[in-house]
Design a protein around this ligand. Structure first.
Ligand SMILES: *[C@@H]1O[C@H](CO)[C@@H](O)[C@H](O)[C@H]1NC(C)=O
Length: 482
């Protein structure tokens, strides 16, 4: 019996998990390799994880400060970031049709902006609005000069760090607020997508108090560089702080300087984030640490986080190119930052299985709820499956592999290791995503409930690669609608 301490003994640390059974042995791995698609049992019981709510009383500030990013603005930046508080004197709460929200306090502040949500109402259709519809190319009008936050404020502003303990990892979502987002210049159209208010973030994943990956995001819809291992050479570290380049005008966060294309519209218009080595913001000097609450219910100085509406004016949708581009020159302010942070990052990190290149190895956890579902006797679940999906040079050539291991009944978080064949060799195939399933028999048809795919992002120590047999250790316990 091995006892593994998954949390070191710092003051921000959380939990100790006892792994009851031995991990997979070399012999078991060899047997799995020999039996090809049907893997061997390699499972162990783990004590139940703390729920998210258990984070409430813990002081995570030291952890949040340790990994807070060094943000580098573009040398030509005009719209630096600020605190949220900076904008209260300029905001009025309006409905989508421009009418005032009845009963909205004036002036708004961090303690009263959630007046609707506090009464159990939904503020999601409301807009914190400034006078007019300031749009810039790149300058906004003289009456809107407060939207230009200067460099001094921009390099001393607070960063909002939501700390989210999960089954094993403690994920820290660093959100940055800016009063104004300058849109992108599109040839023939001019500036598109200017908006009041801007929320951008990166996420640092920690295990045992150590940073293991950084998830870089830019703009909505999951664009951006995505998850990188902490030792990925694209990340520059300033001590314990990952460098994040804030894109000129629009603040999307990237690991590297230069031109980062994040979207192509209608096959023609490229939206580009320009990043460079301008003013440096040492965000760790001003971290607002937030113990994340998925259902809000924040109190005191954090009660503004209960407000679930927009942080800028309603946009224009009447321009001729709206149907083409989806935006006009002036677009909607962003939604609130207390978004769902309970899921896994956009990608699961994987490495090439260099020890056994003919197979993939998946180490993962079924959540307590998945275990409970599978343990109901009437369901007769006997196997846990991994379904590996292989991308290819054309979608017609994509293939799949399946592997199984015995289901271990129980109602606590449970570890499994499952092997599959590698992706087939021709047509440039690579392991692209995987899902898990609960099955009555060791066959695809025998799988009574499948999770849905998680994307794999592979890393070979130098750059992103695409191997056929991968090693995956996924610390996000699986749960889904069974
Ligand atoms: C943190 O930000 C607030 C709001 O902008 C500011 O008043 C304060 O001086 C900042 N603190 C530091 C240490 O920069």
């Amino acid at each position: 019996m091995a006892v593994v301490h998954l949390a070191s003994s710092g003051h921000y640390c959380l939990r100790t998990l006892a792994i009851a059974a031995a991990a997979v042995t070399t012999a078991a791995a060899a047997a799995a390799a020999a039996t090809v698609t049907v893997g061997t049992v390699a499972s162990s019981a783990i004590s139940p994880p703390d729920s998210l709510g258990s984070a409430a009383g813990i002081n995570y500030s030291p952890l949040a400060e340790m990994y807070a990013p060094l943000i580098k603005y573009h040398p030509d930046e005009l719209y630096f970031s600020s605190s949220v508080d900076y904008m209260w004197p300029h905001y009025t709460m309006l409905n989508g049709d421009g009418s005032p929200v009845p009963g909205a306090p004036s002036p708004l502040n961090a303690g009263n902006v959630d007046f609707l949500t506090r009464q159990g109402k939904d503020a999601s259709g409301t807009y914190l609005s400034v006078p007019g519809s300031p749009a810039g190319d790149p300058k906004v009008g003289p009456g809107d000069s407060y939207l230009y936050v200067g460099r001094d404020l921009g390099t001393s502003a607070p960063i909002y760090a939501f700390v989210v303990p999960k089954d094993f990892a403690v994920d820290i979502y660093y959100w940055v607020f800016s009063p104004y987002n300058l849109g992108k210049k599109i040839t023939g159209l001019g500036y598109v997508g200017d908006h009041v208010g801007d929320w951008e973030h990166i996420m640092v994943r920690t295990l045992n108090g150590a940073a293991v990956s950084v998830d870089y995001n830019a703009h909505s819809g999951g664009a951006g560089e995505g998850s990188l291992k902490a030792d990925d050479p694209r990340i520059t570290w300033s001590g314990t702080h990952p460098v994040a380049y804030a894109a000129l005008g629009s603040h999307g966060l990237w690991p590297t300087a230069g031109s980062n294309v994040y979207k192509t519209i209608a096959g023609v218009y490229k939206l580009v984030d320009e990043c460079g080595d301008g003013a440096e913001w040492q965000t760790w000097n001003n971290v607002t640490t937030i113990n994340y609450r998925q259902a809000a219910g924040y109190t005191g100085s954090l009660s503004w986080l209960n407000y679930n509406g927009h942080y800028g004016n309603v946009g224009d949708s009447t321009c001729w190119f709206h149907s083409l581009v989806g935006e006009c020159k002036f677009s909607d302010g962003p939604g609130h930052p207390n978004r769902d942070m309970t899921g896994p990052p956009a990608q699961v990190l994987a490495a090439p299985n260099s020890d056994d290149p003919d197979h993939s190895s998946y180490t993962f956890y079924l959540s307590a709820s998945a275990q409970a579902w599978g343990s109901a006797p009437s369901r007769n679940i006997r196997y846990v499956a991994v379904h590996q999906h292989c991308g290819a040079s054309s979608s017609r050539r994509e293939t799949d592999n399946w592997g199984w291991t015995a289901f271990v009944p129980g109602t606590a978080l449970q570890k499994y290791i499952v092997y599959t064949n590698r992706c087939a060799k021709d047509a440039a195939r690579y392991a692209a995503s995987y899902e898990v399933a609960l099955c009555t028999a060791g066959s695809e048809e025998g799988c009574a409930s499948r999770s849905g795919l998680r994307e794999l992002r592979e890393y070979n120590g130098r750059s992103v690669s695409r191997d056929k047999g991968v090693l995956v250790v996924d610390v996000d316990g699986w749960s889904w609608n069974y």
